[in-house]
Design a protein around this ligand. Structure first.
Ligand code: TMP
Length: 212
């Protein structure tokens, strides 16, 4: 008997939208229903990609050009797919990933100005046609997201240090991605308590995969 392939779900959104909390809650909700799952994140998710993550998140905001940053991100992603995501899906596990390629289009593309076509060409080489089965875009007004991120303590990532305009472009970039890919993306209102947002996330997952 062949094992049914798992589903690949990604969560996306700007800083402070609560993605990491929702990734954990979604994994718990799948577990309760007897669905084996792997929780992972980008940049990172495999030993090699975690090494590359440190190069990306440490240091000054302008450390990398958008192109160099994008090449590093796709090097990490290629390793992550080969060593973590693909083996899990092939074994029938569902994979819930905190950020994926949409983050590169939003951060390096729209917010940092690298041409979409450049990203598309790198993506074609590094990732091919591999895309999520479902992408949940957590959406929150920029000031609320930054306030939540600030409440976590000093900026932990190089990307949180960019200015407000950067974060507003990011929000618009994710909403634009959702408009371009309505078959894959669902925008989730990320305001309110973690509990309320988790309810919206689960409703979207259950509807997409017809889980009762
Ligand atoms: P995190 O804060 O969600 O852990 O992500 C780390 C940082 O990496 C975050 O500020 C967003 C950034 N990032 C990109 O700029 N491009 C990407 O493709 C990914 C996956 C993350």
């Amino acid at each position: 008997m062949t094992t049914a392939r798992g589903r690949f779900i990604t969560l996306e959104g700007g800083e402070g939208t609560g993605k990491s909390t929702q990734v954990r809650r979604l994994c718990a909700a799948l577990e309760i229903r007897g669905i084996a799952q792997t929780m992972t994140r980008e940049p990172g998710g495999s030993p090699g990609a975690e090494d590359i993550r440190r190069l990306l998140v440490d240091g000054e905001p302008g450390r990398w050009t958008p192109l160099a940053e994008t090449l590093l991100l796709f090097a990490a992603r290629s390793d992550h797919i080969a060593h973590t995501i693909e083996p899990a899906l092939a074994a029938g596990r569902w994979v819930v990933c905190d950020r994926f390629t949409d983050s590169t289009y939003a951060y390096q593309g729209m917010a940092r100005g690298l041409a979409r076509e450049t990203i598309r060409r790198i993506e074609a080489v590094a990732v091919g046609k591999f895309t999520p089965d479902l992408t949940l875009i957590l959406d929150l007004p920029t000031d609320q997201g930054l306030a939540r991120a600030a409440a976590r303590g000093p900026a932990e990532s190089r990307f949180e240090k960019f200015d407000n305009g950067f974060h507003e472009s990011l929000r618009q970039a994710f909403l634009d991605i959702a408009r371009r890919h309505p078959e894959r993306c669902v925008v989730i209102d990320a305001s309110g308590s973690a509990e309320e947002v988790a309810g919206r996330v689960w409703a979207a997952v259950a509807a997409r995969f017809r889980i009762t």
